[in-house]
Design a protein around this ligand. Structure first.
Ligand SMILES: Cc1cc2nc3c(=O)[nH]c(=O)nc-3n(C[C@H](O)[C@H](O)[C@H](O)COP(=O)(O)OP(=O)(O)OC[C@H]3O[C@@H](n4cnc5c(N)ncnc54)[C@H](O)[C@@H]3O)c2cc1C
Length: 520
């Protein structure tokens, strides 16, 4: 039996792939699918469907993904991802995702950052919700047949291991507090590390990062932890950041800064080809520099025609009006960059195998496709394709081995809120849009002076230290990792940063990326 941890896009995709092959799995998640972060995805999913008369191809999608990621992603994996993208989107449409359509009935595509072709399929600006609804419904059919067994409201505690191999998971029923041991291969699909950055992330902090921290403390390798994507256009709401999707710029939104009544459309001035649709790392850095210069930054959506608002962005407009007393059709939206996506995570190869035999990972918790910077629209694709690939490679047996551990009611698997808040503030200082040795080192010292209260906090502490040490050791600027003391890209660092916890300490090394002559 295969245990899937996480029921967002990657977890559902893995479950569906296994079920379609007649294999049984357990779908274990802290929250039910309807509450997964995937539901928040707005703008769309990339695939070179070439329905807009632009001669797009999977090869161009591959090249732009590699370039956007500053050549840090694994080329063969990206090639497979981009090649399979059109079939994945067509399958989603067959499952009932209401993608916006062209007049000839083909799937309409919109522009997204870092891509010269229109390549992003969308369902207005609720694409994630629509895809999740279709997938959850499809998986439900296999639940009814007994091929998928749901364990919603179950929190991952740790891996069970046997002679260094992953032998299953230990999970807690959040209603009863009972602990269960579930044997078999494991596919981790537990989302990004948002819970390490409360209040300054667009994602959900119910993805606490505790599962990732537990794995790290158990010796599983992680990669590229310094690569954290700041999304340029977010608005502050009640203790978190609300995303204004890149789709808004894809449909004509323009960024400007303002000081003393003077407006500057800085992206258009500095980047005449892709303008407001440069990759997110570039846009975020430009906004950061405007803000540091005392110029407030805004997204101007007032020139977008009514028909586009009605057909493609109506739900985005409603969301902005819901949280702010302003109508984006009439007034510019004040925006600033905030933490949005984690390119780094569990180190996997193109089969989605982790460094521990029997353990696989897919979706935002894994590091494979996005290199130093993810292109918008590629992460839902990566989660779906990653879930499929991990499911095809995980080893399944027919045993249904599950046991309850006695005396487990008192088990605590939640980090102390004060620790989470404090460590989050420290990480934010060390891992800002622009970093330097002094800031990162100060953050490390502060982190080390925090008292660690128990096993969960200790594991989080180790993973947080690995993020900072990865940033400290990469002495160059590349994609989302901008070092003000090393502002140039240095090809000696075109390598994967690998973090591992061993002998009671965090170890950081750099590994070569397999060369692929087609893209060099
Ligand atoms: C506001 C927003 C907009 C976005 N828009 C887009 C977009 O337009 N296009 C795009 O491609 N991408 C977009 N993204 C990114 C994309 O949505 C995510 O990267 C992707 O959906 C992640 O899917 P996932 O399956 O890896 O994780 P998630 O959907 O986050 O699912 C994680 C699962 O793991 C479970 N889990 C977490 N921790 C534990 C634990 N300790 N124990 C048990 N279970 C646990 C959760 O309950 C959940 O079921 C957006 C992200 C955000 C935040």
């Amino acid at each position: 039996m295969i245990n899937i941890i996480g029921a967002g896009l990657a977890g559902l995709s893995a479950a569906l792939t296994l079920a379609e092959a007649g294999k049984k799995c357990r779908l274990i998640s802290a929250q039910p699918s309807e509450r997964a972060q995937s539901v928040l995805a707005e703008g769309g999913i990339n695939a070179a469907l070439d329905t807009m008369g632009e001669d797009d191809t999977p090869l161009l999608h591959f090249e732009e993904t590699m370039k956007g990621g500053c050549y840090l992603a694994a080329p063969d994996a990206v090639r497979a991802l981009t090649k399979n993208a059109p079939d994945i989107v067509r399958k989603l449409q067959r499952l009932g995702v209401p993608f916006n359509l062209n007049d000839d009935g083909s799937i309409m595509l919109r522009s997204f950052g870092g891509q010269k072709k229109k390549r992003t399929a969308f369902a207005k600006s609720s694409t994630g919700k629509m895809i999740m609804t279709a997938l959850a419904d499809e998986v439900r059919k296999y639940e009814a047949r007994g091929l998928v067994t749901r364990f919603s409201h179950h929190t991952f505690i740790r891996l069970m291991t046997d002679a260094g191999k992953c032998a299953g998971v230990c999970a807690r029923d959040d209603h009863t507090g009972k602990l269960y041991e579930l044997r078999g291969d494991v596919i981790k699909c537990c989302g990004g590390l948002n819970g390490f950055f409360p209040e300054i992330t667009t994602g959900t902090v119910t993805n606490s990062g505790n599962a990732a921290a537990a794995l790290f403390s158990q010796g599983v390798k992680f990669a590229n932890l310094e690569m954290i994507q700041y999304h340029p256009t977010t608005m502050g709401i009640y203790g978190k950041r609300c995303l204004v999707s890149e789709a808004a710029r894809g449909e004509g939104g323009r960024l400007f800064s303002e000081k003393d009544g003077v407006r500057r459309y800085f992206m258009e001035e500095r980047y005449p080809v892709l303008k407001n649709l440069m990759p997110r790392d570039v846009v975020s850095r430009e906004m950061y520099s405007e803000l540091r210069g005392g110029r407030k930054t805004y997204l101007d959506l007032t020139e977008i025609p009514d028909a586009i608002w009605d057909k493609k962005l109506s739900d985005l407009r409603e969301e902005i009006m819901h949280y702010f007393p302003l109508d984006p059709k009439e007034q510019p939206v004040p925006v600033e960059p905030a933490i949005h996506y984690f390119m780094g995570g569990i180190y996997v190869n193109e089969r989605h195998e982790s460094s521990m035999r029997g353990l696989y990972a897919a979706g935002e918790c894994a590091c494979l496709y996005h290199g130093a910077n993810r292109l918008g629209g590629n992460s839902m694709l990566g989660a779906l394709f990653g879930g499929m690939t991990a499911a095809k490679n995980a080893q399944s047996d027919d045993s249904d081995d599950i046991s309850e551990r006695s005396g487990s009611e008192q088990f605590n698997c939640t980090a102390h809120p004060q620790f989470v808040k404090k460590s989050g503030e420290i990480l934010a200082r060390g891992l800002g849009i622009a970093r330097c040795e002094a800031d990162i080192s100060d953050a490390l010292s502060e982190l080390n002076s925090l008292g660690c209260l128990g096993a969960v906090e200790l594991a989080r502490h180790e993973l947080a230290a690995a993020m900072l040490l990865s940033a400290l050791n990469r002495k160059e600027s590349r994609g989302a990792h901008f070092r003000s003391d090393f502002p140039e890209t240095n090809d000696e660092y075109r390598k994967t940063t690998v973090s591992c916890y061993k002998n009671g300490a965090v170890d950081i090394t750099f590994e070569d990326i397999p060369e692929n002559e087609d893209i060099i």
